[in-house]
Design a protein. Sequence first.
Length: 180
Amino acid sequence: MDYGQITKTTLINILNATPRTNENQAVINALLGYINQDTIQAVPYTYSAVYWTTGAASYLASGASNSPANVNIQADADFLILNQTYDANNNNASTTVSARLYPGVNVTISDTGSGMSWMDQAVPVPAIFGTGMFPYVLPEPKLCLAKATIQVLASNTDQTTGYNLRLMFNGVKLFKYPGL
């Protein structure tokens, strides 16, 4: 994908894949607005939900549910999520590629602006987040409007191990520029 510009064809495909629900109306309107622009500038960007502590401790204690991590989409541009990655450790111990940690953590994700949940129930982190080398590519890019909040609820299902966890939403910020 050319990160310099997003094509109208890509935007039309995303629009066609977006369910026509009341919750999605603002996203549909935004996509129609982008399609009518002369130029869309796409700037690579990552937003993160962070469950992390310093020292010899883990933020997500074994068997615990934690308060939500809120990911606030900045007001300067809408954000198109293309893939998702995670980083995890136990008590801030270092990890290697060959000893990659697969956290026993389930998450639910929702857009608090629309009230729309991204899933019907909590799912394991490795099922919807990949590694930096092998990111989880979304079946369809997900558009989050400027000023939206993505809320992530994490529950550690492992009864013996605590985790520090970073969940990354990787994609592009979309800027509208008429007539460039």
